[in-house]
Design a binder for this molecule. Structure first.
Ligand code: AMP
Length: 114
């Protein structure tokens, strides 16, 4: 089933796009949780991390390379940042098109634990 991110890929709804190539798109999160909050998505509809296969390798690598470029371009790569993928209900996933959250722009503190 298509998601709102597929509509962003197809340019049916607007987004604040910061990077795009033939495999990947990245845009600002509409509800930022840090001074920098970017979502990186593949241009292939993969619902969750549980669904990835070796056939998706190029997409996953391109997502990481996009993260490297975006964080450098935004000037947060040296200070550092956090990359998160939420999966299914316990992970708090809301949009079922796999994505990385890039969070940065300030010290993020410890990760949430038990
Ligand atoms: P997740 O909970 O990991 O599935 O994250 C989904 C993220 O998508 C949330 O952080 C939302 O704020 C974000 N989001 C939902 N709709 C949009 C949109 N139209 N443009 C940008 N970000 C969005």
């Amino acid at each position: 089933m298509s998601t709102i991110f597929k509509k962003i890929i197809d340019k049916e709804i607007p987004a604040s796009i910061v990077f795009e190539n033939d495999k990947v798109m990245a845009f600002k999160d509409i509800n930022p949780q840090a001074p920098v909050h970017i979502l990186v998505i593949p241009k292939k509809e993969i619902p969750t991390l549980n669904d990835i296969t070796l056939d998706d390798s190029e997409y996953i690598i391109e997502m990481y390379l996009a993260i490297k470029k975006i964080t450098k371009d935004l000037g947060i790569s040296e200070d550092g940042y956090r990359v998160i993928t939420n999966c299914n209900s316990y992970g708090g996933q809301e949009v079922f098109h796999i994505h990385f959250h890039i969070l940065g722009g300030k010290p993020l503190g410890p990760m949430l634990t038990i």
